[in-house]
Design a binder for this molecule. Structure first.
Ligand SMILES: [Zn+2]
Length: 328
């Protein structure tokens, strides 16, 4: 893991130097191929202090303007049908998690440039008004608490504002906990959360309402897919619970939107074939991953891998890596 990070850092430095020493044209040379991009949150300033999920509205618009004038943007349907243009990069856009900030900042830009996109919604609405990953990121960052007692363990805050116990961060641990336990976090940290005045930082946690989802679903530019119910990592919880996460999120969306939901994106890109098969059995035609687990998985008709946007690099470097199709 450390070696991969060092390799990535060195590669980034090398590419940045090349870019600024006359190789810009070569690095941005048009590539053939296809990419599905993953965005999460869009905010006003591109805040990176909480996590790696937010890029700024201005960056987003500049990026959309650039890729729509230099490459071919397709809908996810067209992507699956391979309706690609030759001699260029064919790009489909996806947004994970279902943030209100997508509706506030990204959707007006997508409409302005007439860009299709697919939104994968965490359907936690009946259980909580946020995803616990965001809850813990925000509370960890802002709370003055240095210790936290949770689930019979003592967590201590490190220099990166993460609560750690036995070398494991709470933000990583909650991905794999049963939701009943995750819910207890609210009770433990309720006062810290309220002290944050959550409404003032809603861009970092608030999810789209049912009304907003209905509005998006009606727009022919956009499609809505499921992304689980609680944003647990589905390969790390009990299989039965994971299957419920998948079926409940489908059912919730089909009920509120009154249309079939046939796209599913795995939270954190964590999947296995039993869950992939289950998605197909439920009627999902498009199953979105991040990386394929195996070479064989590339042949599965419903599976597609995706390229995750990186808020820690410059606009130029984001383009360079997009063209390359990988950060490594
Ligand atoms: Zn997600």
């Amino acid at each position: 893991m450390i070696w991969i990070r060092i390799k990535y850092r060195l590669n980034l430095i090398f590419k940045t130097i090349l870019f600024h020493s006359g190789f810009k044209k070569r690095l941005l040379k048009n590539q053939y191929g296809e990419r599905i991009l993953v965005f999460h949150g869009i905010d006003k300033l591109g805040e990176t202090k909480y996590n790696s999920r937010f890029i700024s509205r201005d960056f987003f618009e500049k990026f959309i303007k650039y890729i729509s004038s230099h490459y071919n943007i397709v809908s996810l349907d067209e992507y699956y049908q391979k309706k690609f243009k030759p001699n260029t990069l064919n790009i489909a856009l996806t947004f994970d998690d279902g943030y209100l900030n997508n509706y506030k900042y990204a959707v007006p830009i997508l409409k302005k440039y007439n860009i299709p996109a697919s939104f994968y919604i965490t359907t936690i609405h009946k259980k909580a008004s946020y995803i616990f990953n965001d809850f813990i990121d925000l509370v960890s960052y802002h709370s003055s608490k240095n210790k936290l007692f949770f689930d019979n363990s003592i967590y201590k805050k490190n220099a990166k504002n993460e609560f750690i116990c036995n070398g494991m961060s709470l933000k990583k641990e909650i991905k794999a906990l049963p939701y009943k336990k995750v819910e207890l976090l609210y009770k433990t940290l309720e006062q810290n959360w309220l002290d944050l005045k959550p409404a003032s930082i809603e861009d970092y946690w608030k999810l789209m309402s049912v009304k907003q989802l209905k509005e998006l679903a009606k727009n022919p530019l956009f499609t809505i897919g499921a992304h689980g119910e609680t944003h647990a990592s589905l390969i790390d919880i009990h299989m039965e619970d994971a299957k419920k996460e998948i079926s409940n999120s489908k059912e919730f969306l089909e009920t509120i939107l009154n249309q079939p939901i046939d796209e599913f994106a795995f939270p954190f890109g964590s999947y296995n074939n039993e869950l992939g098969d289950y998605c197909e059995k439920l009627g999902f035609k498009k199953v979105l991953l991040v990386d394929y687990n195996t070479e064989l998985d590339k042949k599965i008709a419903s599976y597609r891998n995706r390229f995750v946007m990186n808020p820690y690099i410059s606009f130029d470097m984001q383009l360079v890596y997009l063209l390359k199709g990988t950060y490594f």
